[in-house]
Design a protein around this ligand. Structure first.
Ligand SMILES: NC(=O)c1ccc[n+]([C@@H]2O[C@H](COP(=O)([O-])OP(=O)(O)OC[C@H]3O[C@@H](n4cnc5c(N)ncnc54)[C@H](O)[C@@H]3O)[C@@H](O)[C@H]2O)c1
Length: 330
């Protein structure tokens, strides 16, 4: 039996929990949330000890692994302390809002050869797997994707730059990460954004829409768009297209397609819902914790830090109006 601790038991943690409670040999021993009612409620549901301070929890409990499902701005030194205590961790994206903190975590992770995983679940999709196999020996010329969605209603922190990092850092990060997973690392970004359409929303200060040009190490070029104007009548558009001479491949959350010289292939993700989709990353992490074998993990803390570096570089580019070279962690 492995013992798991949860830090931050809000929205996305509930999704991970649905997967974790179905796994054999996994026990949620304790939970921590700064909101005492939430900590009590989730603790009661799971028969796990509730805490409101993670340091108290780490001092009193012995975990084989922890889940960190915190909003972007409150990561602080939690992952550093977990790594220092040699507790493998799964952390939700984006891993932080400050790269200098990630660097410290990475040093500690490397020192202990610690298992880490990050919630970039698009990497585990059947559509992604099919496209990755298709492009293995092909030259990518262009990458074109985006996240045109809605403002998440439950998350009051989301429209505030200092709390979320903005839509590219918090949400479209999935698409940036997928672009890196399929087309390799990004050397330079040049981005622009617009503000003002949501001036009536209290404390809203993120970009309403943005375009980020990407220059890949491979020579490929790319663009990622964001927008949050979707509503009941305006549909979301989320996904990524990679293309090369004579072919094009689309990855969307539930489906996709590959078009090439010999025809068209429709792609479909076989997970029954988003919970099962996210569960693939949970299964990979728990397998690694139980066996020490990390080969099923497709997103590590180091890799996710590199994705964060791209999105933060884009924010800087939007602010300064200049192209920005992406800091390297890989
Ligand atoms: N992988 C995905 O597809 C996906 C989907 C949704 C959210 N997320 C990510 O997950 C993260 C959390 O999002 P959410 O929607 O669950 O947010 P949320 O606001 O629903 O939950 C966050 C929880 O953390 C708690 N918290 C805040 N500070 C804390 C602290 N210092 N110690 C302990 N608990 C603390 C809050 O009280 C809250 O319960 C975000 O970074 C988001 O981007 C990922």
């Amino acid at each position: 039996m492995i013992s798991i601790g949860l830090i931050g038991v809000g929205g996305i943690c509930q999704v991970h929990l649905k997967n974790l409670v179905k796994m054999s040999g996994v026990q949620i021993a304790a939970v921590c949330d700064i909101d005492p009612h939430r900590a009590q409620e989730v603790g009661k549901q799971l028969d796990a000890t509730p805490y409101t301070r993670y340091r108290n929890m780490l001092r009193r409990e012995h975990f084989d692994a922890c889940y960190v499902c915190l909003t972007p701005s409150v990561h602080g030194t939690i992952e550093y302390e977990l790594a220092e205590a040699q507790i493998p961790f799964f952390v939700e994206k984006p891993v932080h809002l400050k790269l200098e903190f990630c660097e410290g975590v990475l040093n500690e992770v490397d020192k202990h050869n610690l298992i880490t995983a990050v919630g970039y679940h698009w990497r585990y999709m059947d559509t992604t797997k099919a496209v990755k196999a298709f492009i293995a020996k092909r030259r990518i010329t262009a990458v074109d994707g985006g996240w045109q969605g809605a403002i998440p209603e439950h998350a009051l922190w989301w429209p505030q730059m200092k709390l979320s990092g903005g839509q590219l850092v918090e949400q479209a990060t999935h698409i940036v990460d997928l672009a890196r997973y399929l087309a390799g690392d990004i050397d330079t970004v040049f981005a622009s954004g617009t503000k003002g359409a949501f001036a009536d929303i209290d404390k809203y200060d993120i970009y309403d829409a943005s375009l980020t040009n990407l220059q890949f190490d491979s020579g490929a070029v790319g663009v990622i768009s964001t927008g949050c104007v979707a509503s009941g009548t305006v549909p979301s558009r989320v996904g990524l297209t990679v293309s090369g001479r004579g072919w094009q491949a689309d990855v969307k959350q539930r489906d996709g397609q590959i078009i090439h010289e010999r025809g068209k292939r429709k792609l479909k993700d076989n997970a029954k819902d988003i919970i099962e989709q996210i569960g693939r990353g949970d299964a990979a992490f728990i397998h690694a914790v139980k066996t020490g074998k990390t080969d099923r993990i497709r997103s590590t803390y180091r890799d996710a830090t590199q994705t964060l570096a791209v999105t933060l570089a884009a924010n800087e580019s939007m602010r300064t109006g200049e192209p920005v070279t992406v800091e390297r962690f890989m």
